[in-house]
Ligand binder design. Structure first.
Ligand SMILES: [Zn+2]
Length: 112
């Protein structure tokens, strides 16, 4: 499962950051183009956090909409479909993705 390996990756970032302190909240930005199912990611996190010795660390997801800049008409727009990346204005597939590919830990709350 894709989400499970992502959760292991999150834990791999969080653990050295926490350096033995208690982890309260982990915030993760997830772009729409990452094809991550938020519910599945949250579920996998409950498995991984047990295993990684931070059993009550909450995972907060910030979902980022996909945006593209069209090389044809120059418009920048949000795209609805995660399956076809093309300009919604002129259907040009020659676009530059400007947002939606994020997958990163933005902050971690720890307590002693
Ligand atoms: Zn266009």
């Amino acid at each position: 499962m894709h989400e499970l390996s992502l959760c292991h990756a999150i834990a791999g970032v969080v653990k050295p950051h926490a350096a033995g302190r208690h982890v309260d909240v982990v915030r993760v930005q997830v772009g729409a183009l990452r094809q991550v199912v938020p519910e599945t990611l949250s579920f996998c996190w409950t498995l991984v956090r047990e295993h990684e010795d931070m059993a009550d660390a909450e995972l907060e997801l910030e979902l980022v909409a996909a945006r593209v800049r069209c090389r044809g008409c120059g418009e920048q727009s949000e795209i609805e479909s995660r399956w076809s990346v093309a300009c919604p204005k002129c259907q040009n597939p020659d676009v530059e993705v400007v947002a939606g590919e994020e997958f990163l830990v933005t902050s971690v709350d720890v307590s002693p």
